[in-house]
Ligand binder design. Structure first.
Ligand code: TPP
Ligand code: MG
Length: 592
């Protein structure tokens, strides 16, 4: 046994649970925890410039690699409230992060002490556990329970709030014999999986919808195996994008109101059966439920029992971890195939491929100001199969999902449900910290980029290189487009005449100067043919200087992006592709 402060015990447990990196910033009430990190060593700390940034870094770090759990640390009061958006984002997308906050001493908690706020109550609806630890001897058990909860069932964040006196109190703690609590993951039974396959078998035009739960369960390979065994095409959701490569012959495209493909929606409308795995029927995926569900049989597999039936009643529900379910699905499907009991889906799959071969949007524009579609075409060419994309929200994110290609899971890292502006820079830093040898490319609109621009200094200070494509339309583009419904263009302009940068012609903020001021590199382009060389140069600069490199593309001010209220009624505002010359990188999504 060894005597140590409760904060030291917490630091040792983090290491035992596999934590190597933490993101945060100190303040008086969390200083004992920082002292413990300094004394005990073994944790690499990245100093954020804004506590919200630290929370998004933690989320990016978790999402980059199976098994990672990002940790963010802040002091009492405003540090905790700053991280609330990070907790929301993580809980909405079922991502575990551990948020540790300092707190006023236990005896002062009810005295309106300086920076004493009841963060545990504030964080409660956004976490699997949010607790102010009042007894130092409970610190080890609380951390042990936190990791158990984050990894069990539907993953999600936890907040542990540590009063300063609790952190400093000495306790007995045996690091050597510490061990993680068992993780609970419900698993489908053979009878359940057989019944689901019976339902699939009685359909003519089945689809699998593959959600983020497949990524969380690290089960993409099994998902692809099931598709190949049964010949059933797959629709990845936005959160499940990458679970089957875009160019896989059974990838039918994405479905939805915004982040979707024309061929994906058309295929869904043809389908008569849907097996959803690890997905949550998000409203921007389904759109109008009558259109989405009418005439189709649904089987829903999810790890969280209360998710089944939340959005609509499926014909059959299975509560299971995606990996546990897919292992059984593959096993039973293999047996049925050997016994010749699986239908031949060739004709249906071929009809899906035919839609995927033709229903494209045009990207090959060569006019100035640059049309955003051209940017994604150039990104497809520049970054290939191994790139990790990070994005948040806006017309930029929507169009990226319509036009970029993703080939591997965890290679599209997107704050899908919460969409908090500002997420992209810190999340990209978290991803790049987790996979330092890989190419990480973030994508932001100008407003998202300005929200947490200061975090770029973190990348410069700690040498976290990545490429940030900034598409600048000097507009809150997505909101401008949605204001068309109100016949207004009100409070959505980001344009102004910058007295220091007349060359920007009214586009407002001089991002290049700001980025350089923060210690990073930046390139600005105005012409379509400059995009490809700029992306190549960005790769070289990131290698040479080991800092974030921003490629700012000055876009046309107004682009309306394909979207609608129902998957049967997505409005196309732009020209559609008339063959491969109009969409030269769309062919990358087709093997045949
Ligand atoms: C914190 C927060 N406030 C407001 C919004 C609503 N919102 C969504 S997109 C958007 C504008 C985004 O503009 P920009 O980042 O420039 O992207 P664009 O649509 O122009 O590509 C706003 C205000 C949000 N998602 N998050
Ligand atoms: Mg914009």
């Amino acid at each position: 046994m060894a005597r140590m402060t409760a904060a030291q015990a917490a630091v040792e447990i983090l290491k035992k649970e596999g934590v190597t990196h933490v993101f945060g910033l100190p303040g008086a009430a969390i200083n004992p925890f920082y002292k413990a990190m300094e004394t005990n060593g073994g944790l690499h700390h990245t100093l954020a410039r804004h506590v919200e940034g630290a929370s998004h870094m933690a989320e990016g770090y978790t999402r980059a690699k199976a098994g990672n759990i990002g940790v963010c640390i802040g002091t009492s009061g405003p540090a905790g409230t700053d991280m609330v958006t990070g907790l929301y984002s993580a809980s909405a997308d079922s991502i575990p992060i551990l948020c540790i906050t300092g707190q006023a001493p236990v005896s002062k908690l009810h005295k309106e002490d300086f920076q004493a706020v009841d963060i545990a109550s504030i964080a409660k609806p956004l976490t699997k556990m949010a607790v102010t630890v009042m007894e130092a001897a409970q610190v080890p058990g609380t951390f042990q329970q936190a990791f158990h909860l984050m990894r069990s069932g539907r993953p999600g964040p936890v907040l542990i709030d540590l009063p300063i006196d609790v952190q400093m109190t000495e306790i007995e703690f045996d690091v050597e014999t510490y061990s993680s609590l068992p993780v609970y993951k419900p698993a489908a039974t053979r009878a359940q999986v057989s019944k689901a396959l019976d339902l699939l078998e009685s359909s003519s035009r089945p689809l699998i919808v593959s959600g983020g739960g497949v990524i969380n369960a690290d089960a993409s390979a099994l998902l692809v195996e099931l598709a190949e065994l049964t010949g059933v095409p797959v629709v990845p959701t936005l959160m499940g994008w990458g679970t089957i490569p875009d160019d896989h012959e059974l990838n039918a495209g994405m479905v939805g109101l915004q982040t979707s493909h024309r061929y994906g929606n058309a295929t869904m409308l043809e389908a008569d059966f849907v097996l959803g795995i690890g997905n949550r029927w998000a409203n921007r995926h389904t759109g109008d439920l009558e259109t989405y569900t009418h005439g189709r049989t649904f089987v829903h597999v999810d790890i969280e029992p209360t998710q089944v039936g939340r959005v609509f009643a499926p014909d059959y529900g299975i509560v299971s971890d995606a990996k546990a379910a897919l292992e059984l699905f593959v096993e039973v499907a293999r047996e049925r195939r050997a016994a010749n009991r699986l239908s031949d889906r060739t004709e249906w799959a071929e009809s899906c491929r035919q839609r995927k071969r033709t229903l494209w949007r045009k990207t090959n524009f060569d006019i100035t100001p640059i049309k955003p579609q051209r940017v994604y075409q150039e990104m497809n060419r520049a970054f290939g199969r191994d790139v990790r994309y990070v994005s948040t929200i806006g017309l930029s994110q929507i169009q990226a999902a319509q036009l970029l290609h993703v080939y591997k899971d965890r290679h599209w890292v997107n704050a899908g449900q919460a969409g908090p502006l500002g997420w992209t820079v810190p999340a990209a830093l978290g991803v790049a910290t987790a996979v330092p040898e890989e190419t990480v490319v973030a994508l932001s609109g100008d407003y998202d980029f300005q929200f947490m621009i200061e975090e770029l200094a973190v990348g410069a200070q700690f040498n976290i290189p990545y490429i940030h494509v900034l598409v600048n339309n000097a507009y809150l583009g997505l909101i401008r487009q949605s204001q068309r419904g109100f016949d207004m263009d009100y409070c959505v302009q980001l344009s102004f005449d910058n007295v220091n940068a007349p060359e920007l012609n009214g586009y407002g903020v001089d991002h290049v100067k700001v980025v350089e001021g923060l210690g990073c590199k930046a390139i600005r382009v105005f012409e379509p043919e400059e995009i490809a060389p700029a992306l190549e140069k960005a790769k070289a600069l990131a290698q040479e200087y080991r800092v974030p490199v921003v490629v700012e593309v000055i876009l046309e001010r107004v682009t309306n992006v394909s979207m609608g209220q129902s998957i049967a009624n997505v409005t196309e505002f732009e020209e559609l592709a008339d063959g491969g010359a109009d969409a030269p990188t769309a062919v990358f999504a087709n093997l045949d």
